[in-house]
Ligand binder design. Structure first.
Ligand code: ADP
Length: 417
């Protein structure tokens, strides 16, 4: 198998997000959890490697990303996309900057596009600044993110703080002139990175057209919107319509470890409509049988009801947990709890699982031992149902914290009925 496009995604929800974009645009996509070790993958034109590198130690993130790059190059990938969040989730130390620098160096690339725009979810880039639903990134709820609180909205400032390289800009006026104008503007820029404005899907398609010959690109899932068309135009790709999900028999579980504003309203909505249990981190710390207790409680609910297990809380509880146990440790405690709950319940007939939170999804999918995912029906922009290959049929949806409407969890499960 020789693939056209390889994606290195810095978290698992981001990976399903970009895999979903590529699948919608006609590519056969497989998402792998980490670098595949051995064995044949299903036939694909694009492989998305999901890493849990967003908040890992910088050197780990770089090493894992370079490992993923080598594997993708070994499969014949002509283009590589480094996928990060459309809210540029990172700190002044990384990991977007150091990973992008390392990928650039390995590929011998001089200039790489930076384009986190995802207009369908309210994230746009204008005059080099990232906005979330009209608010500058660092004034949006992302300023309070538990792991990557965002401190600026200028891509030049954000990337400048964490990369060895310099950042130039291509404005919307140029983008609207078409692919040739973008290519000419990019060629005239000496900087290592080029932040490109985009406020609509049409802009992303135009930018995609200008990047047909770029070996390395970086951005949110939106940067992939226009790429499949290049392969279709070049006769390298025959458009493929993904199949829908097979019937998935079994119980339904929602695991929420995101503290994001959208997830808070989704948890409140779901709690009023299904059995739900909150994870208490003090009990995680103090009581060895606590996770079993949660699982027993879930197993005791009516088998026809979905069940919600959540750590999503008010900002007050989050801050108290972080002060008491530390930011990284408290996050890990919740991720580990939800992962253990997932693996116990998966062996008890829970075959339909929705996870909210990027880091949380990484922890849960790893604990479940899932190696590959196939993208199926879209639940909300950026969030597809995924089929876990094998029997019995299993479905999992990985939702980035801020994605989805209030009724997301219920809507997702209704799609399986
Ligand atoms: P998102 O997609 O919203 O960024 P993530 O799962 O990536 O969600 O990140 C949220 C992080 O915050 C996780 O590490 C999670 O364990 C942690 N977290 C969420 N709620 C709490 C809480 N109440 N106390 C401590 N940590 C929390």
């Amino acid at each position: 198998m020789s693939i056209l496009l390889g994606v290195i995604a810095d978290d698992f929800t981001g990976a399903t997000d970009i895999a979903n974009t590529l699948a919608k645009e006609g590519m056969r996509v497989v998402q792998t959890i980490g670098v595949p070790d051995s064995g044949a993958l299903p036939e694909a034109n694009a492989v998305v490697i999901a890493l849990k590198s967003r908040t890992a130690p910088v050197q780990d993130a770089v090493d894992w990303s370079l490992g993923a790059l080598e594997w993708l190059l070994g499969q014949g990938a002509q283009q590589i996309v480094f996928k990060y969040c459309s809210t540029f989730d990172s700190t002044p130390q990384g990991n977007i900057g150091p990973v992008a620098d390392a990928l650039q160096t390995r590929l011998g690339e001089k200039r790489t596009v930076i384009c986190p725009a995802f207009p369908e979810n309210g994230r746009i880039v204008k005059v080099g600044h990232l906005y979330v639903n009209g608010t500058p990134l660092h004034e949006s709820p992302m300023r309070d993110h538990p792991l990557t609180p965002m401190w600026d909205s200028s891509l030049k400032a954000l990337m400048g703080a964490q990369s060895q390289g310099t950042v130039g800009e291509v404005g919307l006026d140029v983008v609207r002139q078409g692919p040739a104008a973008i290519s000419a503007a990019m060629a005239a820029i000496e900087d290592n990175y080029i932040a490109v404005d985009a406020t609509t899907d049409d802009d992303l398609r135009t930018i995609g057209g200008a990047l047909a010959n770029s070996r390395l690109l970086s951005g949110g899932s939106g940067i992939a919107t226009g790429l499949p068309q290049n392969y279709l135009d070049q006769g390298q790709l025959t458009s493929f319509s993904k199949p829908g999900l097979p019937a998935v028999v079994g119980r339904s579980l929602i695991l929420s470890g995101s503290a994001s504003v959208a997830t808070q309203s989704q948890v409140a909505y779901a709690k009023a409509r299904m059995p739900a249990i909150e994870v208490n981190l003090d009990r995680v710390a103090e009581q060895s049988g606590y996770i079993d207790e949660i699982c027993d409680w879930v197993l005791g609910r009516d088998a026809s009801d979905p069940v919600l297990v959540y750590g999503t809380s008010s900002g007050e509880v989050l801050r108290r947990n972080q002060e008491k146990y530390g930011v990284a440790k408290s996050g890990e405690m919740l991720e580990n709890t939800l992962s253990q709950v997932a693996s116990t319940l998966a062996s008890e007939g829970f075959t339909r699982i929705v996870v909210a939170g990027g880091e949380t999804s990484g922890a849960v999918v790893s604990a479940l031992g899932i190696k590959t995912l196939q993208i199926r029906d879209e639940i909300a922009p950026g969030v597809p149902w995924c089929e876990v290959p094998g029997t019995p049929a299993r479905a999992i949806a990985l939702k980035s914290g801020n994605f989805g409407q209030e009724s997301f969890f219920i809507d997702a499960l209704e799609m399986l009925e």
